[in-house]
Design a protein around this ligand. Structure first.
Ligand code: NAP
Length: 514
């Protein structure tokens, strides 16, 4: 059995010479022990101390400079401009959680003071706050080597919540992962964080990933990747352990785009160009890539289909992240092409030998879409399926059969959108983010964002993996009853020295408790 892993460069068509030893059983055990031991001291660090740690991680990542970008370019084939942007986004995420901690109010501090005189029974002093859940296992994503990987959103939000993090490095970008992991460890040391607050391990998903997920010391899992791996982890975490734990897996989404007829007729070329750009963005290797387009059977849709096919035909082939993703793209596309009642509007040549993808646009009818659930399978790459609906009823029925998605887009004039309120309501039930007159790619890192959605887009529709709300995934409410002031968490003490917003006896206030 192999004792080391290597990343493959699809740009060079060869393995990168650097080898990464698979973490030994002793190393894995030590990391788990350290993470468990770090839980209490790290959880007790003040919000400001944790904020300083996150800010230091951002600084250390930036300190890596071009060496990091060049390593990731070699490992992922993602262009430098994209990587530079993603690195910035990753640091913005870290700082977003730092700001959340500095503000402090995220922890939902609630105080109901004692009512000793209450009749017929006195009320105890009850104080509630969100506390860290414990060590979190994070699986980095191949398609976001920074923003959803070693120091990405899952790691940043778990650390912000006060949870030690163990990362299972993605085989696709082991060198990137190592550089970023070292940056996190340097930041931890500089800011005085306890040993065990962070570690990154090397190994395969089915072996190391499963072992970690099954370990009782792990208290939650953050994952982005395939449905198959996500569900394998979900099964382990919820059914094969003595103690089931939450799994926040973002897995499979095809992001339906509905084109209402009036606006489509008015802006056919504009919408076709926007969708071509979105389908091919990042070689279609985005969880928000538009894999399904719905439109009515009319002249505007025919013109749109022709325009979109022409736009896709003009897109140059582009290198994919790794050979497996490339092969899976062509295999899944072939399966779709060979599906009964699916016709090709445009299909580029197969270039899997050089790990490049060419776009494809396929078409089916709403009746066939509804009859064949396999048409809802994610095809990771620049491929989209146009579903032509005979009439409004068919369109509504097709949307009602959709599985859960990260996003759903509707293009329509304001009048049309109001007229189709019922359709919008149905789509809302299926998605985490409802988009009007725009493409699904592009996830803003901000307070209001939701990057999540009903199964199978994720394993928990109540949360988001991007934005401040993501911190709640790794915290749980704890209530302190008649707890002596000195033992209370800092943020529940009478004085409110941190000046955070608290709900005291039903009133939101920053005042101290009298
Ligand atoms: P993946 O195969 O799901 O791998 C993600 C991580 O999970 C890797 O660290 C992998 O380890 C691990 N893993 C794999 N099988 C596992 C198992 N049985 N138990 C525990 N962990 C396991 O995803 P990927 O490599 O990033 O891409 C493959 C496919 O995933 C794509 O073709 C695409 O369909 C999908 N994908 C979807 C999204 C999305 O956001 N929707 C994003 C990325 C990828 P190894 O390194 O050993 O494989």
């Amino acid at each position: 059995m192999s004792t080391s892993l290597q990343s493959f460069s699809t740009l060079k068509g060869a393995y990168i010479p650097t080898t990464f030893p698979i973490s030994t059983a002793a190393e894995v055990e030590q990391v788990l022990q350290d993470a468990a031991a770090a839980s209490i001291p790290f959880g007790k660090k003040t919000f400001i101390e944790r904020a300083e740690f996150l800010e230091a991680i951002a600084d250390e990542i930036m300190e890596l400079g071009d060496a990091l970008l060049e390593k990731t370019l070699e490992e992922t084939a993602l262009p430098l401009a994209r990587l530079t942007g993603e690195r910035g986004r990753t640091c913005t995420q870290l700082k977003l959680y730092a700001n959340l901690l500095r503000n402090g109010s995220w922890c939902d501090a609630v105080i109901d003071t004692a009512m000793p005189e209450r009749q017929p029974l006195p009320r105890a002093d009850l104080r509630r706050i969100l506390q860290p859940i414990g060590p979190v296992l994070v699986f980095g994503a191949s398609n976001f080597p920074y923003a959803y990987s070693t120091a990405g959103g899952d790691t940043a939000s778990a650390l912000a919540a006060g949870c030690p993090v163990i990362v299972k490095a993605h085989e696709s970008h082991l060198g990137t992962s190592e550089l970023v992991a070292k940056a996190v460890l340097r930041a931890a040391e500089k800011t005085g964080m306890p040993k065990g607050v962070f570690a990154s391990l090397v190994g395969t998903g089915p072996i190391l990933g499963q072992q970690l997920a099954a370990d009782e010391r792990i208290q939650a899992i953050g994952f982005t990747g395939s449905y198959k791996a996500g569900m394998a982890l979900y099964t382990t975490a919820t059914q094969k352990r003595k103690t089931p734990i939450p799994v926040y897996a973002e897995m499979s989404s095809i992001n339906p785009v509905i084109l209402l007829p009036e606006l489509l007729a008015q802006k056919t070329a504009f919408i076709a160009a926007a969708l071509a750009g979105s389908i091919c963005l990042g070689v279609g290797q985005f969880c928000t890539s538009p894999g399904l387009i719905f439109a009515l059977d009319d002249e505007a849709t025919q013109s749109f289909a022709a325009e979109l096919a022409t736009a896709l035909a003009a897109v140059l082939p582009a290198t994919m992240l790794n050979p497996q993703i490339c092969n899976t793209y062509y295999a899944n596309k072939k399966q779709l092409v060979n599906t009964k009642n699916v016709k090709i509007l445009f299909e580029g040549s197969e270039l899997s030998e050089v790990f490049q993808a060419t776009p494809a646009l396929l078409q089916t009818t709403a009746l066939h879409f509804m009859a064949n659930p396999s048409l809802q399978k994610e095809i990771f790459g620049p491929c989209s399926l146009l579903v032509v609906c005979k009439n409004q009823q068919e369109l509504y029925a097709a949307i009602a059969t959709m599985e859960g998605q990260l996003t759903g887009s509707v293009y329509g004039s304001t009048e049309e959108l109001i007229q189709h309120q019922q359709l919008v309501d149905t789509l809302q039930q299926k998605v985490g983010r409802l988009i009007f007159n725009n493409v699904p790619t592009g996830v803003e890192v901000c307070n209001a964002i939701v990057h999540g959605g009903p199964f199978p887009a994720t394993t928990d529709a109540r949360t988001t993996s991007v934005g401040p709300e993501a911190i709640r995934r790794f915290a749980r409410p704890v209530c302190y009853q008649d707890c002596p002031e000195a033992l209370l968490p800092l943020y529940l003490r009478n004085s409110n020295k941190a000046g955070i917003l608290r709900l005291v006896n039903g009133i939101l206030t920053i005042e101290a408790v009298a």
